[in-house]
Ligand binder design. Structure first.
Ligand SMILES: Cc1ncc(COP(=O)(O)O)c(C=O)c1O
Length: 404
């Protein structure tokens, strides 16, 4: 058998994976590519202390497939951490939640994949934003559902366009089932959906009787003023399924995220779990860390640092980019969405940046078939504050060199 015969029927049928790794021989010197927290903020000492505490106090009880709450933890995750998350989200969103509303995930991407598999399939329709988190677009497409994209403007998903897509589904005999949105610091554009638009979106979902999957993983990374109420808080009855994660607030390598849903919907999603659960040990460590009130304190610490980096990047972009690039300053999150002036050859820019050791994510990665190759997504947390200006200058030099 040759390797070309190796992929299974479904592996051949599925859309190409949404993973795109740039070909760097060495790690890029200026990494504007990765959407992660600033590694200097990872609370390594605290996590170390919590890991020791968990081993000393819980020992083997923290190292099984499940703990005292029983086998259901293999589906839903460690009950102690679910209690803590329910209390934390409930307080923020001013709603009443308990552990039965929370399902732990191996990162929120795993949660989104399970949501897609649990809720849609052939004959169903799902809406995503015209540029979006590409993994979720693939998860939805790979179920056999029809995925249509609704335009995004400076306030997020354009409701009238989403409604046109729903209408189109109806005319094509599809069952509209869900709308996936990143309303808070949208990926890749960084746009924040204001309260009025949130209410319009929920109104649309009610009228069409569809679910809304709210990807909330950037919600806490606000730098100017606290974010508007989440969709979940505005519609607590069960129509909104909220996906969230410790990846952007704490560290992505913990691979711990969660879904907030009604117990009934959580049960449906849980049926799709492809493994034997989320790490009990990691969940205990995070719970020990959360129990000491550290999550809010940590967020208060990282926000000013991230705000400074955002401001340094915005300033450098303003000063260097001249006519080559347009951008809006994001009020939170991790990214600038750079619109390149017409006549800049995106492919050539990439080749030049690769040589210069500057990494930046091409816009078409977020746009499905409708390639947006006149854009770059620039993450501003991985590069040291003092290095951002030089990295931005190199970016612009590449734009200038590749301008026709
Ligand atoms: C919008 C969005 N959703 C979900 C994820 C998944 O993150 P994780 O699986 O680490 O929680 C990411 C990661 O980049 C993201 O940008």
């Amino acid at each position: 058998m040759t390797t070309s015969q190796l992929p299974s029927f479904s592996a051949k049928a599925l859309a190409a994976p949404a993973v795109f790794f740039p070909q760097y021989d060495a790690p890029p010197r200026y990494d504007f590519d990765q959407g992660m927290p600033d590694p200097a903020t990872y609370p390594l000492k605290d996590l170390d202390a919590c890991a020791h505490k968990v081993l000393a106090e819980q020992g083997i009880a923290a190292c099984g497939y499940f703990g005292a709450a029983g086998r259901s933890e293999m589906i839903y995750g460690y009950a102690g951490l679910r209690d803590s998350i329910a209390a934390w989200v409930g307080k923020r969103d001013k709603i009443s939640l308990d552990r039965n509303n929370i399902m732990l995930m191996n990162g929120s991407a795993a949660g989104l994949s399970m949501i897609a598999n649990a809720l849609v399939g052939p004959g169903d329709g799902a809406i995503v934003e015209s540029t979006t988190f590409p993994y979720m677009a693939s998860f939805l497409e790979n179920t056999g559902a029809t995925v249509l994209r609704a335009a995004v403007d400076g306030e997020g998903m354009v409701i009238a366009d989403a409604e046109r897509r729903l209408q189109e589904m109806k005319e094509r005999g599809l069952t509209p089932k869900l709308i996936y949105t990143i309303p808070t610091f949208h990926v890749p554009t960084g746009v924040l959906m204001p309260l009025a638009r949130r209410q319009q979106l929920l109104d649309l979902a009610r009228r069409w009787n569809v679910y809304v999957v709210e990807d909330n993983c950037y919600n806490e990374l606000w730098y100017d003023q606290p974010t508007p109420p989440t969709l979940l808080s505005l519609e607590p009855g069960g129509r909104v399924i909220q996906s969230d994660s410790f990846s952007k607030m704490l560290a992505p390598g913990l691979r711990t995220g969660w879904v907030v849903a009604t117990p009934e919907v959580a049960g449906m999603i849980g049926r799709m779990r492809p493994d034997l659960g989320v790490s009990q040990f990691t969940s205990h460590v995070i719970n020990a860390w959360m129990a000491e009130g550290r999550l809010d304190a940590h967020l208060q610490q990282v926000r000013p640092r991230y705000r400074r980096k955002r401001d340094v990047a915005a300033d450098a972009l303003r000063r260097h980019c001249g006519g080559f690039v347009k951008f809006a300053v994001p009020q939170g999150g991790i990214f600038f969405w750079l619109e390149l002036a017409p006549g800049i050859d995106g492919q050539k820019v990439r080749e030049t940046l690769l040589r210069e050791g500057v990494a930046c994510r091409p816009g078409e990665r977020f746009a499905g078939a409708a390639a947006e190759n006149g854009y770059l997504r620039m993450s501003f947390l991985q590069v040291e504050e003092e290095e951002i200006e030089r990295g931005v200058a190199l970016l612009v030099e590449a734009f200038a060199a590749c301008s026709r």
